[in-house]
Design a protein around this ligand. Structure first.
Ligand code: UDP
Ligand code: MG
Length: 312
C-alpha cells in the first residue's frame, strides 16, 4: 500500500453503537478526497464490543488500523499513541461519537493545503448542555490569558496537524497533556475554521464533572506557571494592604483610642485569607504532583496489540 497522505486518528472508549455509523460516513468522505489515507482507531480499554467491531473493520479494510490499549489511559493518550503510529502528511483527529461530522474533514484539509500547520475548529451551534458551554467559555478565556495563546475553542477535537507538528508532539514525553494546546505551542501558522457540531449519537459522555475539572487543571498547570506567579502577586498585594491597615489602626489609636469591637469582622477577614492560603497550597500541590508524575518516568500508555499495521 502507498504511504498515506491523510491519517485520521480516532480515540474510542465504549463507543460500540457509534463505530459502524461513523465508519459508514467517514469512509466515503475519505475516498472522495482521492488521496491515499489511513484511519487509526485507538481502543482505550473499552469494556463493550468496541474492540471486536474495530478488529472486524481492520480485517476487512486495508486502510483501517487499530491500536489496542491495555487499559483506560484517557483520550489524549489514545490520540498520542495513534500519532506515534501515523504516517500521513496531514493528521486529523476526530471524536468517535459523531459529534464532529466527518463530512467536515475536506474543509480542514483544504485549509492545511493553503499553508496552515494546525487547523483548529470552532463549533457552530454547539450541541451540548448549557453548563458545558458556559464551562468551556470560561476555560477558553482563562486558558488564552494564562498560556498567551489564541484559540477560540479548545474543546473541539476535530483538528488537523501537519507532519512537522505531529513529530514535535511525539517528542514530548509529558504524562498528562492536552493535545490542542500542546500543538498550539509548536504552531507557526495556526488557522481556524467553523464546523458543524452534532449531539452525541449514542451512549453518554465519558467526562464527568470531576474528570472535566481534572482536565482543566492539567491544561492550566501543564502549560503555564502563571497560577503560581499570581499567588506571589497576591501575597505582595495582601502584605501592602495589611501595612496600610496597621497604619490606619495606629493613627486611629491616637485620635479615637484603642478599639476592641469588630472582632467578628476580623474573623471574617481571617477566614477569607485562610481560604486563599489553602487554595494556594492546593495549586502548589498540583505542580508538585505533576513533577512527581514526570520524575517517575512510567510509560504513559501500554499498547497490548495492534491490528492492520502488519504490512509495514
Ligand atoms: N475517550 C477516550 N478515552 C476516555 C474518554 C473518552 O478515548 O477515557 C474518547 C471517546 O470515545 C470519544 C472522545 O474521546 O471518542 C470524546 O469523548 P466524549 O464524547 O465522551 O467527550 P465529550 O464530547 O463529552 O467532551
Ligand atoms: Mg463527545
Amino acid at each position: 500500500m502507498q504511504t498515506p497522505y491523510l491519517s485520521i486518528v480516532i480515540p474510542v472508549y465504549n463507543e460500540e453503537a457509534n463505530l459502524r455509523p461513523l465508519f459508514d460516513r467517514l469512509y466515503p468522505v475519505m475516498l472522495g478526497t482521492g488521496r491515499p489515507f489511513e484511519i487509526i482507531f485507538t481502543d482505550d480499554g473499552s469494556r463493550d464490543r468496541s474492540l471486536a467491531i474495530l478488529k472486524d473493520l481492520a480485517s476487512n479494510q486495508p486502510e483501517v488500523r487499530v491500536v489496542e490499549f491495555n487499559g483506560n489511559f484517557g483520550q489524549h493518550m489514545a490520540i498520542l499513541a495513534a500519532f506515534e503510529m501515523s504516517r500521513g502528511e496531514i493528521v486529523v483527529t476526530l471524536d468517535a461519537d459523531l459529534q464532529n461530522p466527518p463530512e467536515e474533514i475536506p474543509k480542514l484539509v483544504r485549509k492545511m493545503e493553503e499553508g496552515c500547520d494546525v487547523v483548529g475548529s470552532i463549533r457552530q451551534k454547539r450541541q451540548d448542555t448549557l453548563f458545558r458551554r458556559v464551562a468551556s467559555r470560561i476555560v477558553n478565556i482563562t486558558t488564552n490569558k494564562i498560556t498567551g495563546m489564541q484559540m477560540s475553542d479548545y474543546g473541539c477535537m476535530l483538528r488537523a496537524y501537519n507532519r512537522n507538528i505531529v513529530d514535535n508532539i511525539n517528542r514530548c514525553r509529558e504524562t498528562t497533556t492536552f493535545i490542542p494546546a500542546l500543538a498550539q505551542t509548536f504552531a507557526a501558522n495556526p488557522c481556524e475554521v467553523e464546523v458543524v457540531h452534532a449531539e452525541r449519537a449514542e451512549g453518554e459522555s465519558k467526562y464527568s464533572l470531576y474528570r472535566l475539572i481534572r482536565l482543566n487543571f492539567d491544561l492550566m498547570t501543564g502549560f503555564s506557571v502563571v497560577p503560581l506567579q499570581l499567588f506571589a502577586l497576591l501575597g505582595i498585594f495582601t502584605s501592602v494592604l495589611s501595612l496600610v491597615f496597621a497604619l490606619f489602626l495606629l493613627i486611629r489609636r491616637f485620635i479615637v483610642g484603642a478599639e476592641v469591637e469588630g472582632v467578628f469582622t476580623l474573623f471574617a477577614i481571617l477566614f477569607f485569607f485562610i481560604g486563599i492560603i489553602i487554595l494556594g497550597i492546593g495549586i502548589v500541590g498540583e505542580y508538585v504532583g505533576r513533577i512527581y508524575q514526570e520524575v517517575r518516568k512510567r510509560p504513559r500508555f501500554v499498547v497490548r496489540r495492534t491490528y492492520g499495521f502488519e504490512e509495514q
